[in-house]
Design a binder for this molecule. Structure first.
Ligand code: ADP
Length: 400
């Protein structure tokens, strides 16, 4: 069965077509700059075959409808596409950022679900509306296919109330849903499952701390395969120092920005989401560039890296205390999978917690899932490449 996974943003649609249940990738790509003067498409077909093709071209794309049309065009292309008819696609899995506390599992999108999604859109005004456009255009195009929503927040819905509630009046939670939800759930779920399988441990008795370090960064504490705490909160702004986001700050800082610097809510939002984190500290949000500057002894980069690493360490300590016992510490995403330097620095001095990295294993440049802990380490330290699209495809397929 062919499952199409769509990740629709405000001006882009990322897509991957899978053959399920084996998870083979038939095609993947991204349509970008929707609504701009000129759009752009990047496409890889036959990804896992000898005759793989790569396409990269400009085409004007007025809206998401046309964006999806372009995706279909290339998927149906006689030379490059893996399908002959859209009917071959039997299910579409949509990445939806926020599921509120209503959606704890992947969900088939019935009309009532669409209405519920509309109601909680205010929780993720930058992300959910785009995801819903993706659903609407896919419903129109793939009339016979089952549409499934997979939520970034769902995996974290097993957190206990004392972890997800904020110490603010109860009415704000009851009436407005103000609580921590957590994000990157699909990634945390994928890597913890893959990590347990790799170690031949049943997920039901597997404790892990997962560290997703991409442009956005988050961590999760996982007991017996279920999330009990995570670093992001009501929105993806909380927790770790990220590419452009501040992570945790004293909330009074917002009051100061408003009262003393006359900043509007919009400006504060822009400052904390887009101009803070590594970018705010060093001028660049790309960790590779920050590391280059660090190695040239740039004092801003040194401070930024120290803060980035220190924040992760603090969460490891906190999650160790919350979990009591730990089987694995799992690094994933762009930085987690690729930077031996950051992994080494994060684990440095954590012997007291049973965490010890083997330098040779850590710096070896092999792909795939691997262990990088020393033989003395009580905890398995691992790199598990994330694959959110495959997780969405599996969850979509699982529902059918
Ligand atoms: P996104 O959150 O957009 O999916 P990624 O998971 O691709 O992001 O991660 C992007 C981050 O990974 C960037 O900060 C980039 O600098 C960093 N990164 C990628 N490769 C390396 C590397 N070899 N060393 C250090 N950082 C890396």
């Amino acid at each position: 069965m062919k499952v199409l996974v769509l990740n629709t943003g405000s001006s882009s649609i990322k897509f991957q077509l899978f053959e399920m249940p084996d998870g083979r990738v038939l095609a993947r790509g991204v349509v970008e700059r929707i609504g701009e003067e000129m759009g752009h498409i990047t496409y890889q077909g036959g990804v896992e075959y000898q005759e793989a093709t790569q396409l990269d071209y400009d085409v004007a794309i007025a809206d998401h409808n046309q964006g999806l049309d372009e995706i279909i065009k290339v998927l149906l292309d006689q030379q490059h596409g893996p399908i002959n008819s859209t009917d071959e696609i039997q299910a579409v899995g949509h990445r939806i950022v926020h599921g509120g506390d209503k959606f704890t599992l992947p969900t088939i999108i019935e009309p009532t679900v669409f209405d519920e999604l509309k109601k909680i859109s205010y929780l993720a005004p930058l992300h959910n509306p785009a995801g819903m456009i993706g659903i609407a255009v896919a419903q129109e195009t793939f009339k016979g296919a089952i549409q499934v929503a997979v939520f970034d927040t769902a995996f974290h819905q097993t957190m206990p109330d004392f972890a997800y509630r904020y110490a603010i009046p109860e009415s704000l939670y009851q009436q407005h849903g103000l609580r921590a939800y957590g994000f990157h759930g699909t990634s945390h779920q994928y890597v913890v499952k893959a990590g347990a399988t790799f170690l031949h441990r049943p997920l039901e008795s597997f404790n892990a701390i997962t560290i997703h370090l991409g442009n956005g960064c988050s961590m999760a504490a996982i007991r017996n395969g279920q999330c009990i705490d995570t670093s992001m909160g009501l929105t993806p702004l909380g927790g770790l120092v990220m590419g452009t986001r501040s992570g945790d700050i004293d909330p009074s800082l917002l009051l100061f920005l408003g009262e003393h610097l006359d900043m509007s809510f919009k400006e504060i939002d822009q400052l904390l989401n887009k101009e803070s984190g590594l970018k705010g500290l060093t001028g660049t949000n790309d960790l590779r560039s920050v590391l280059d500057k660090y190695h040239q002894n740039d004092r801003h980069a040194i401070l930024a890296i120290e803060m980035y690493v220190y924040r992760i360490k603090k969460y490891i300590g906190a999650y160790m205390a919350a979990l009591g016992a730990l089987n694995a510490l799992i690094f994933t995403a762009g930085v987690g999978e690729n930077s031996s330097f950051i992994r080494e620095k994060v684990c440095d001095g954590l012997q007291v917690l049973g965490i010890e990295v083997d330098t040779a294993a850590n710096t070896q440049r092999t792909g795939g899932i691997r262990r990088i802990n020393s033989s003395n380490s009580r905890v398995a330290v691992m790199i598990v490449p994330t694959n959110e699209e495959l997780e969405i495809a599996q969850q979509t397929f699982g529902l059918l």
